[in-house]
Design a protein around this ligand. Structure first.
Ligand SMILES: Cc1cc2nc3c(=O)[nH]c(=O)nc-3n(C[C@H](O)[C@H](O)[C@H](O)COP(=O)(O)OP(=O)(O)OC[C@H]3O[C@@H](n4cnc5c(N)ncnc54)[C@H](O)[C@@H]3O)c2cc1C
Length: 410
């Protein structure tokens, strides 16, 4: 099966079929642990990592394999911003929440960098500049965004039309170049390295173990899966999209399409191989260490054939989307010879209504925490959320730093 595999060293490839074979046994007996983490995507793994570092015993249960779910299809881009622009966030959430969340999510990139170094992850983490641009003839609204970013202390500069023409081959009337604020990584590899660290530090992982029910009481919690249960003092719900399926905060359901090219001979018309993010359309571009281009974000209402969250789909509709992305890429970078798509992938996701991720303590059950890092800053917010959850577990008086979305575990 070639799907999803970009060959090469195996480190810069996205994922191989072997990455998703079950390697840990399911829960086969009743257990006890300080904390049960539900979900083996990036959020669950980062929570387990932080909690183990804090001296807690941890059992992580996940319904399929580790690293599955949205974490399998992430493009591995860290933009160093909040995932939404500050101007828009300010309008919907108010100034204080916008600024606070923006700073927190920027710090998330540093946190990820730190974790990568600490666990010695070979996920190809690389710092990059981020260029946030518009092709709209009137870039004034983006200028306002620029002023806000400067105001909150982001090291960035404004590129006018002439500077853009010099730096990039695609049309752009203006943009914000944030220096060294972003990063790229191979998300599946990062998850796999976290998994190894967790095992080495005494964590237990149960794959193929779907937690069907959480029961709470004065003496802690019982997480039930089939005929077995784990009792614990704390539970972290990191079920990803599953958690939103029945949530009142559930918003739009969309499919995100991505393509990965074969290695290209040069990056003509692409200054410093920075991360590119368009304000006009929901698109992101990055390069890989083995000279490929990752183009992500043709959001559409086309759903996976089974309507599921996280399904793969090779139907004609999907192939059409991949072709469109490939053509768009060739137009943007006409100076790069022979841009050829090697593979494409897509995932259906449910977006939260408020557009922001959420993490915190359940209002009813004080030992139950949730971490739902959806959206464009998913990786950074998973890191921020996991470290706060570990602090909240250690100290009941600690509250989550920003009240992001009123949410509770469903
Ligand atoms: C196409 C796409 C591209 C993206 N690109 C980027 C990007 O470039 N940069 C970025 O920052 N973010 C990106 N994101 C977002 C980022 O990937 C996610 O925010 C992040 O991976 C979410 O991780 P998670 O662990 O919360 O959820 P998931 O990865 O979905 O993991 C949840 C896990 O919980 C398990 N589970 C569910 N229910 C149960 C249960 N009852 N019991 C046990 N286990 C259960 C699931 O099987 C799954 O393994 C992208 C997302 C998508 C879909």
């Amino acid at each position: 099966m070639k799907y999803g595999w970009s060959g090469g060293s195996g480190l810069s490839g996205f994922f191989t079929p072997e990455d998703f074979l079950l390697t840990h046994p399911p829960l086969k007996e009743d257990r006890t642990s300080d904390v049960v983490v539900i979900g083996g995507g990036l959020s669950g793994l980062l929570c387990a990592y932080e909690l183990l570092k804090g001296g807690r015993s941890v059992c992580l249960c996940t319904s399929h394999t580790v690293g599955n779910g949205a974490s399998r299809y992430g493009a591995g881009i860290l933009c160093g911003d909040s995932g939404a622009d500050l101007t828009r966030l300010r309008q919907t959430k108010g100034r204080d929440t916008a600024v606070s969340w923006y700073r927190l999510s920027s710090a998330g990139v540093e946190q990820v960098e730190h974790i990568v170094a600490e666990i010695g992850s070979k996920c190809d983490f690389r710092r990059r500049d981020v260029f946030y641009y518009t092709a709209d003839g009137n870039p004034d609204s983006l200028r306002e965004e620029y002023r806000w970013r400067r105001h909150v202390g982001t090291p960035c500069r404004w590129l006018d039309r002439d500077a853009c023409t010099e730096a990039f081959s695609f049309p752009c009337s203006g943009g914000i170049l944030s220096e060294n604020c972003g990063a790229e990584l191979n998300l599946v590899r990062f998850c796999r390295d976290l998994e190894q660290w967790i095992l080495l530090h005494g964590g237990e992982i149960f794959e193929g173990t779907r937690v069907e029910r959480i029961e709470g009481g004065t003496d802690g919690y019982l997480c039930r899966s089939g005929s077995h249960a784990i009792s614990s003092d704390f539970v972290v719900d990191a079920r990803g999209g599953e958690a939103l399926k029945r949530s009142p905060h559930r918003g739009q359901r969309v499919t995100v399409f991505s393509i990965v090219t074969e290695p290209v001979a040069s990056f003509a018309g692409w200054q410093d191989r920075c991360i590119l993010k368009s304000r006009d359309s929901c698109t992101y571009l990055r390069t890989t260490p083995d000279h490929r281009i990752v183009f992500s974000g043709a959001v559409s209402s086309v759903l996976s054939s089974d309507g599921s969250v996280g399904g793969l789909d090779l139907s004609a509709a999907c192939r059409g989307k991949y072709r469109t992305l490939e053509e768009e890429l060739r137009e943007m970078f006409f100076g790069i010879p022979r841009i050829r798509r090697e593979f494409g992938f897509c995932q259906t996701v449910i977006l939260p209504r408020g557009g922001l991720p959420s993490f915190g303590r359940d209002p009813r059950w004080k030992g139950l925490f949730y971490l739902y890092p959806f959206g464009e800053a998913g990786i950074a917010s998973a890191a921020v959320g996991a470290s706060w959850i570990a602090r909240m577990v250690a100290d009941p008086s600690v509250k989550s730093p920003v009240y992001l979305e009123e949410s509770s575990s469903g």
